[in-house]
Design a binder for this molecule. Structure first.
Ligand code: NAD
Ligand code: UDP
Length: 319
């Protein structure tokens, strides 16, 4: 039996970086949370502190296979997010986005529930418009090493909007820009985890290319807040809506900042830029401001401080 005002919420990919924070926040809000994960990139450590919570349930399951559960809302986050992880098994990456989305959309249809898709700024590819508004259609290579993720996520958006138009199901599509914070996988190869770990170990900081490419980094608490606000918007608002912190920084500046903040002896080394690496990325978030009343609040330095503390702990006790 659910309690008054309580929603039964499914979080796919709930043991991952973003998912674990989302589960924790939804439990704090009094909801009944079902975390579904196949532990492809997520870990038990991320959710270990939730396992004894009376309203938390964990199910090991791969969403490319059908799932029969009863819930009111679904946050569909299951998909490896870091380039190293999603390129490790590119066919599975496309599958989780296409088959996984079809399964979760079918579940939503049967339950007459509501579903939120964790889409990505990668749907814009290597953007020729800067910063990126939601009505920009993107510049995406469909046969490159990043395509399994970019095209997978684009197809997932197509499926969400077709299920919405064809079957009238309630959808919300968030285009998430680079997000960071505690619970990131230490080996995921993303820039913030790489740089912090390299700095803490006094190893060379590996900049790909000349470091002039830019990203805009959002702290995880802000992102989780944006996702929940989006889920709670009126049914006629579907998105897609950009969620990210619009403050842009070059990768070289980021490296220097992390060296400074950790007091590291690391030196910077330059490595080849991976294929199709976007040169710049910055969200326009006017729509999120208007429809969600949302603006990210955590400054980069403050978020980095918490993330550095997390990785110091990982180095002491392991992930
Ligand atoms: P993550 O890799 O830490 O988490 C993904 C989770 O999904 C993991 O726990 C993994 O085990 C699980 N998973 C993968 N395939 C699965 C499957 N077939 N069945 C069940 N579970 C499966 O990544 P994250 O950073 O937490 O990203 C979460 C979501 O947000 C992803 O969909 C990602 O594409 C999206 N996103 C993240 C970012 C970011 O910067 N973190 C940016 C844009 C979009
Ligand atoms: N990057 C880097 N050194 C690293 C890891 C990443 O210079 O050790 C660069 C990468 O080439 C990209 C940016 O940092 O230009 C962000 O990379 P990440 O993998 O975090 O996310 P992306 O936005 O590319 O998906």
């Amino acid at each position: 039996m659910k309690e008054l005002g309580q929603q039964r919420i499914l979080v796919t990919g709930g043991a991952g970086f973003l998912g674990s924070h989302l589960c924790e926040r939804l439990l704090k809000e009094g909801h009944d949370v079902l975390c579904v994960d196949n532990f492809y990139t997520g870990t038990r450590r991320n959710i270990a502190h939730l396992l004894d919570h009376p309203y938390f349930e964990l199910l090991r399951h791969d969403i490319t296979f059908p799932l029969y559960v009863e819930v009111d809302e679904i946050y569909n986050l299951a998909c490896p997010a870091s380039p190293i992880h999603y390129q490790n098994d590119p066919v599975q990456t496309t599958k989780v986005n296409v088959h996984g989305s079809i399964n979760m959309l079918g579940l939503t249809k049967r339950l007459k529930a509501k579903i939120l898709q964790a889409s990505t700024s990668e749907v814009y590819g290597d953007p020729s418009i800067h910063p990126q508004p939601e009505n920009y259609w993107g510049n995406v290579n469909c046969i490159g090493p990043r395509s399994c993720y970019d095209e997978g996520k684009r197809c997932a958006e197509t499926l969400f909007f077709d299920y919405h138009r064809q079957h009238g199901i309630k959808i919300k599509v968030a285009r998430i820009f680079n997000t960071y914070g505690p619970n990131m996988h230490p080996d995921d190869g993303r820039v913030i985890s790489n740089f912090i770990l390299q700095a803490l170990r006094d190893e060379p900081i590996t900049i790909y290319g000349d470091g002039s490419q830019t990203r805009s980094f959002c702290y995880v608490d802000d992102m989780v807040d944006g996702l929940i606000r989006l889920m709670n918007t009126p049914d006629d608002f579907t998105g897609p809506v950009n969620l990210g912190n619009p403050i842009e920084i070059s990768i070289l500046e980021l490296a220097e900042k992390i060296i400074r903040m950790t007091g590291s002896k690391s030196k910077i080394t330059f490595k080849p830029l991976p294929a199709d690496d976007p040169k710049q990325r910055q969200p326009l978030i006017e729509l999120a401001k208007e429809k969600l009343g949302w603006t990210p609040e955590v400054p980069l330095e403050e978020g980095l401080k918490k993330t550095i503390a997390y990785f110091e702990d990982v180095l002491k006790v392991g992930h």
